[in-house]
Design a protein around this ligand. Structure first.
Ligand code: CA
Ligand code: CA
Ligand code: CA
Ligand code: CA
Length: 524
């Protein structure tokens, strides 16, 4: 009877909903579960003052994930950094913007940041906690001068909106105006090499194949309590960083806006679109690009931070390798990258990390915690809009949430390959939500265990595939629509394939409700 009632409610609801939400509602009905039952009631858990509203909202309303992601995509595509941050933090936006940037007010009081507690595995507990506490003190939402911070975000919006002609006309004036708040360097039409040794530097370059080199940590395109950026109009450029750079915002904004060319970005940690109580991003508008790092990079959002890469054109490679060995498995590394949100467990909520790749055949490779995943009250999103893509990872990846958090992977078009080892491809672990949604193309999914729509320890994992002839392969049975009971409450897993000739572990299987907590649906 309950199922019939649910069905009536569902038919009624479906007229007004986004595609993905409809699929979630329809799929859950096979288990007689309503969307409200997969959301977490956060009021029964202790929160902290650092949480970002969007992260909480999605955890409470996971069926709204696609809609909320499209909101973020809209702000990123509109180059509106201020609206993006406001939406992630408070889910509010302003129709009325300040008319003029106050260029004298784009840097705040200097703070000496030391944040290697994030990746220094040799550090003792007492150093770790005192450094983390220092960071939290400086990022305390109650103490931040919000007006000044919004001014910095709007200054960034302005810089992204200036075209080449306008920039040529105004660059010298900008240099004079900004003097004192940030250092401005204007490059030549030749192939320049820039060595950068400090934070809060703006570089504007109109031509040539350039090389940008960080001499220290916290330097190249690192905005600390201020703004730092590179606007490069032409050429094939090479960016070489250390850590906390190349689009790193620490209570400020750090960015790279590369308008053209095949570019190579390489750095170590906390880089290439990483935000710590601020926004860090790379906006690459064209060409075939390569991004290489060791961790905490390529769309990484830490506490009160947003980090993203928006790559508009070309066939790109996102590579994270080596770095910190993961304590769970020798030989593999904890990468925390490629659309990853990270909070400090039991200490402070995390932020929003995202990759938005608009077109091209792309490669994403990493090991633990990558490709639309997150840890502890955060949000990680990988959104690939088109092309035939390859996703390769090890664990906690490809739409995976671990501990009170959300991880999402959306792939809109193309024949894609998803390869991982476990806890991946739509997996929620420990009061978390993980979802992989693929809309078009003939896709291949491969993983060994706890994947392809798996919920574990009160988590919810969904894999939804719309069009195409797809192949799904797993080794263990805790996958492809699997959930387990724990702590007298739910875990749900769902694999929902809408169309096409599909194979599930080499069998053309039909819909199977495995348990009250797990379902595999093959509609056509
Ligand atoms: Ca250049
Ligand atoms: Ca490029
Ligand atoms: Ca792509
Ligand atoms: Ca696809």
């Amino acid at each position: 009877m309950k199922r019939i009632i649910n069905y009536v409610a569902i038919v009624f609801l479906c007229f007004s909903l986004a595609a993905n939400e409809k699929a979630i509602i329809e799929g859950l009905s096979y288990m007689a579960v309503l969307p409200s039952e997969i959301g977490l009631d956060l009021s029964s858990f202790r929160g902290d003052s650092y949480s970002m509203k969007l992260c909480d909202y999605i955890l409470e309303n996971p069926q709204k994930s696609e809609f909320q992601t499209e909101e973020l995509v809209k702000y990123i595509r509109g180059f509106s950094i201020s609206e993006l941050y406001k939406y992630a933090d408070r889910m509010e936006t302003d129709k009325k913007k300040n008319k003029k940037t106050d260029w004298k007010n784009i840097s705040m009081n200097p703070t000496v940041w030391r944040m290697d507690f994030l990746y220094d595995t040799m550090m003792g507990d007492s150093d770790y906690y005192s450094m983390a506490e220092e960071f939290l003190k400086n990022t305390d939402p109650l103490k931040i001068d919000e007006k000044r911070f919004i001014n910095i975000l709007e200054a960034t919006d302005y810089l992204l909106s200036v075209d080449e002609t306008e920039m040529r006309r105004t660059a010298e004036d900008l240099k004079k105006t900004v003097e004192g708040s940030a250092k401005v360097i204007i490059g030549t039409m030749n192939d320049d090499t820039f060595f950068v040794s400090r934070e809060n530097v703006l570089i504007i370059d109109f031509g040539g194949d350039d090389c940008y080199i960080a001499l220290n940590d916290y330097s190249l395109a690192c905005g600390e309590n201020g703004i730092s950026g590179i606007i490069d109009f032409h050429g094939d450029d090479n960016y070489i960083g250390k850590s906390f750079d190349m689009g790193c915002g620490i209570n400020g904004v750090g960015f790279i806006d590369d308008r053209e060319g095949n570019d190579a970005y390489s750095s170590v940690y906390c880089s290439m679109g990483s935000g710590f109580g601020g926004i860090g991003f790379i906006l690459d508008r064209g060409g075939n690009d390569t991004y290489t790092g060791n961790g905490y990079c390529q769309g990484f959002g830490f506490t009160k931070g947003v980090g993203f890469i928006y790559d508009i054109n070309g066939n790109d490679s996102y590579i994270v390798r080596n770095g910190i060995e993961d304590s769970r498995e020798a030989g593999y590394h904890a990468h925390l990258s490629q659309g990853f949100g990270f909070g400090m467990r039991d200490i402070a909520s995390g932020g929003v990390g995202m990759i938005l790749d608009n077109s091209g055949d792309d490669l994403y490779t990493g090991e633990y915690f990558v490709q639309g995943s997150s840890y502890w009250h955060s949000l990680g999103i990988l959104y690939d809009n088109s092309g035939n893509d390859v996703y390769k990872s090890r664990r906690y990846s490809q739409g995976a949430g671990t501990h009170f958090t959300t991880g999402l992977l959306f792939d809109r078009e193309g024949d894609d390959l998803y390869h991982s080892w476990g806890v991946s491809q739509g997996c929620g672990h420990d009061f978390s939500f993980g979802m992989l949604t693929d809309y078009k193309g003939n896709d291949i999914y491969y993983s060994n265990w706890l994947s392809q729509g798996a919920g574990n320890a009160n988590g919810v994992g969904l894999l939804i595939d719309y069009e195409g002839n797809d192949s799904y392969k797993t080794v263990k049975t805790d996958s492809q629509g699997w959930g387990n009971p724990l702590r007298e409450t739910f875990s749900y897993g769902m694999l929902f394939d809408m169309q096409g000739e599909d194979s599930f572990n080499k069998i053309n299987q039909k819909t199977e409700v495995k348990t009250k907590m797990g379902v595999l649906i093959d509609k056509d």
